[in-house]
Design a binder for this molecule. Structure first.
Ligand code: GTP
Ligand code: MG
Length: 203
């Protein structure tokens, strides 16, 4: 798929205020600092479309981008960021959960995992939340450039093995690096395919 346009539309904390267009939507979620905003910029080949930071907790709202005038891409805040207050965390959980439960246009969620990390409870729990709510998701391993090839293969194989202890099948997975653009074509081709599959539901 060719990216002809990528436009930031709005940030908000309530799904009710999200754009109303009936077009397919894709959300990016994962632990804080995993590289959600960087991946969006890499896919769109835009440096500052989504805001990036070395410090966790940069993205704090639901951010809508409209791509090729045909689909939405959504940058979400990271979960598992210990530095925020308990009150703020509760509010955050509420608005993110609400987003996933209410957003009818959502056709696929990308759960991002840092390739260097072993399975973490918070990610596994989040995937179960998606499963329980019948929200389709893919797994995206990020920051692949930070590991050598054999270590990378080993990490991903052990991650998948762990998932298979509680899921019957594995989700579609992608291996990406925002630094080297690894995985860009596969990712965009996948979205293109889903857009075509769901087109009839959005007429
Ligand atoms: P929050 O908005 O805080 O939840 O974080 P995020 O998941 O959006 O992460 P963000 O894209 O802001 O990236 C966090 C840090 O990781 C930044 O310093 C990025 O430059 C770095 N980073 C992200 N992706 C990659 C990658 O593929 N390779 C390398 N080497 N660094 C990356
Ligand atoms: Mg971010």
């Amino acid at each position: 798929m060719k990216i002809k346009s990528a436009e930031f539309l709005m940030s908000n904390s309530n799904v009710i205020k999200a754009p109303k267009d009936r077009i397919p939507e894709y959300a990016f979620i994962g632990r804080s600092n995993v590289g959600k905003s960087s991946l969006i910029n890499m896919l769109m080949e835009r440096k500052d479309l989504a805001k990036i930071s070395g410090k966790p907790g940069k993205t704090q709202l639901i951010n809508h981008f409209k791509i090729n005038d045909e689909w939405f891409l959504v940058d979400l805040p990271g979960y598992g960021y210990a530095q925020i207050s308990k009150k703020k965390r509760t509010i955050f959980q509420y608005f993110i959960e609400n987003y996933f439960k209410e957003r009818e246009q959502l056709v696929c969620t990308f759960v991002l995992i840092d390739s260097r990390h072993d399975p973490q409870k918070i990610d596994i729990e989040f995937m179960h939340f998606l499963g329980e709510n019948q929200i389709p998701f893919c797994l995206v391993f990020t920051k692949a450039d930070k590991l050598g090839n054999s270590k990378l293969d080993q990490q991903i194989a052990s991650y998948k093995k762990k998932l298979l202890s509680s899921w019957e099948t594995l989700p579609v997975t992608f291996l990406t690096s925002s630094a080297t653009k690894l995985g860009r074509k596969e990712f965009l081709d996948f979205i293109d395919g889903v857009n075509q599959d769901v087109a009839k539901d959005f007429k």
